[in-house]
Write a protein that binds this ligand. Structure first.
Ligand code: SAM
Ligand code: SF4
Length: 471
């Protein structure tokens, strides 16, 4: 216990980010509309795009072409994922950190940060609070520190699964430093869902500048290789991400696509999710305003990623404010967090106030889960707490959705409705329940007779009757 992992790379580890090539692609001229439309058509056929094709979409910057890309992203999302949105919440376990990442308030040089690691009892308290709101999926977040070794992460995961308050957490994802192979095997055995590692920036010089020498995170290749080692240790459910606002956003999109293609080629499985956090104000952090990504560019990032990696879930976090989230979801997002608190102990201790000294950065959307649920449903989305696919192994979510024709209609939508019904009965406010009941009725009307519809109607009835008996 209590040692950082070795810095051993995976077999055949290599730096697969060809910076000169990617910048070269972005140096090209704006593509003909016909070429852009061909690429869009390929994507609408659910085929992943190459980096060169993705670069063409990034270069297509006239208002007309941007609108066509947005429309295609909406269509692909609707066609492929339907109108479901998966909900989760982050749970920060500890903010001690040996690194000094320039953009993060947890960096070791930030003396004003209040350092804390939740005890087992405190984790249970946070989880009970989250369960009492209706959450079923969490992502556990850790700084990088000897105290947070694989065994500690695994134990935290076990504690979460084992905590039963008013509900249960059915899926626990991780966002933590890269591990060695032994470490991944340990966290995998604890039953984790996705292991996320954000590369922050794929640009070598910027990466070196923001992650000072002598810190663990300074090793670009070790981090880049982090998910290779995960795969080789049997963790084949992984998430990529970039912290947008550090360098030209178009380059970072190509970096993400290169990384996704690398995993697909080498392990035959692409990333489960991609996250695209935008840099937020944080205690002790000076932002380079020139590189910050504007809202319109942010939408282009989401839409182009949607088209480039149709098999991959896209996560939009509460770093973004409610208005931006509203506008962006339709462009291809499949998961959002809601009711999030990112200060240690924030689900029971901080109330609604955000406390800078306790946070990694400040959140843009601090609305409750209930409020977000009401808004999503009002806009015609089905918030889903379903975790069934995950239980059947690596061919879970997204992969099933794509590879099995009709899977979404026959499996995902009904499951989303059933988990939504449970939420409405057990956790929703009266006004949210009303909106939800209406949505369920509308969605039921859309289900085709004979395709399991009767089964769904029956299950919904049982859930309602069960709730009546319980109350
Ligand atoms: N410490 C681990 C690491 O760095 O990989 C785990 C997670 S870190 C707590 C989570 C992510 O938050 C980082 O990967 C980074 O992308 C993001 N982050 C850090 N500072 C941020 C800021 N000021 N605004 C938005 N996101 C930030
Ligand atoms: Fe530590 Fe992660 Fe923050 Fe870097 S981003 S300072 S590694 S918590």
């Amino acid at each position: 216990m209590s040692s950082l992992p070795s810095m051993k790379l995976s077999a055949g580890a290599a730096d697969f980010i060809d910076e000169a090539y990617l910048f070269g692609l972005l140096g090209g001229k704006r593509p003909e509309a016909a070429r852009v439309r061909d690429i869009i058509a390929k994507s609408l056929e659910k085929q992943a795009l190459g980096v060169e094709e993705t670069a063409q979409l990034l270069l297509a910057d006239t208002p007309e072409l941007v609108e066509e890309i947005f429309a295609a992203a909406r269509e692909l999302k609707e066609k492929v994922y339907g109108n479901r949105i998966v909900l989760f919440a982050p749970l920060y376990i500890g903010n001690k950190c040996v690194n000094d990442c320039a953009y993060c308030a947890f960096k070791r040089s930030n003396a004003s940060a209040i350092r804390r690691t939740l005890t087992e009892g405190e984790i249970r308290g946070q989880v009970e609070a989250l369960e009492s709101k209706g959450h079923k999926r969490l992502i556990l977040v850790f700084g990088e520190h000897q105290a947070y070794d694989a065994e500690f992460i695994a134990q935290s995961v076990r504690t979460v699964y084992d905590t039963r308050g008013k509900g249960e957490i059915r899926r626990v994802n991780i966002n933590a430093a890269p591990l060695d192979r032994e470490g991944y095997a340990i966290v995998k055995a604890a039953g984790i869902g996705t292991y996320q590692i954000f590369h922050e920036t794929y640009h070598h010089e910027t990466y070196a500048r923001l992650h000072p020498r002598g810190t663990r995170k300074a090793n670009y290749l070790y981090r880049l290789d982090g998910l290779n080692r995960a795969f080789e240790a049997g963790c084949d459910d992984v998430g990529l991400g970039v912290l947008f606002g550090l360098v030209d956003w178009r380059f970072e999109v190509l970096g993400l696509v290169s990384h996704a293609l690398h995993l697909q080629r080498r392990y035959n499985v692409g990333p489960h999710t991609i996250s695209f956090p935008r840099l937020r104000p944080a205690a002790g952090v000076a932002l380079d305003r020139e590189l910050l990504v504007g809202d319109q560019e942010f939408k282009r990032i989401i839409a182009i990623l949607r088209l480039a990696v149709p098999y991959t879930g896209l996560i939009l976090t509460a770093r973004e404010n409610a208005q931006v989230r509203r506008e962006c979801i339709s462009l291809g997002v499949s998961q959002i967090d809601a009711g999030s608190r990112i200060e240690l102990g924030g689900y029971t201790e901080a109330g609604d106030a955000q406390v800078m000294e306790r946070e990694q950065f400040s959140l843009g959307d601090v609305r409750s889960l209930d409020e977000v649920m009401a808004e999503l449903m009002g806009a015609g989305y089905i918030p889903s707490f379903c975790t069934s696919c995950y239980r059947v192994g690596r061919t879970g979510e997204h992969f099933m959705e794509f590879s099995i024709p009709g899977f979404i209609k026959e499996f995902c939508t009904p499951n989303a409705l059933l988990t939504l019904q449970e939420y409405l009965l057990d956790y929703a406010s009266p006004s949210t329940r009303e909106i939800g009941d209406r949505l369920i009725a509308e969605e039921l009307a859309k289900l085709v007779d004979g395709h399991g519809k009767q089964g769904v109607v029956q299950r919904l009835k049982e859930i309602r009757e069960g709730a009546q008996r319980d109350h």
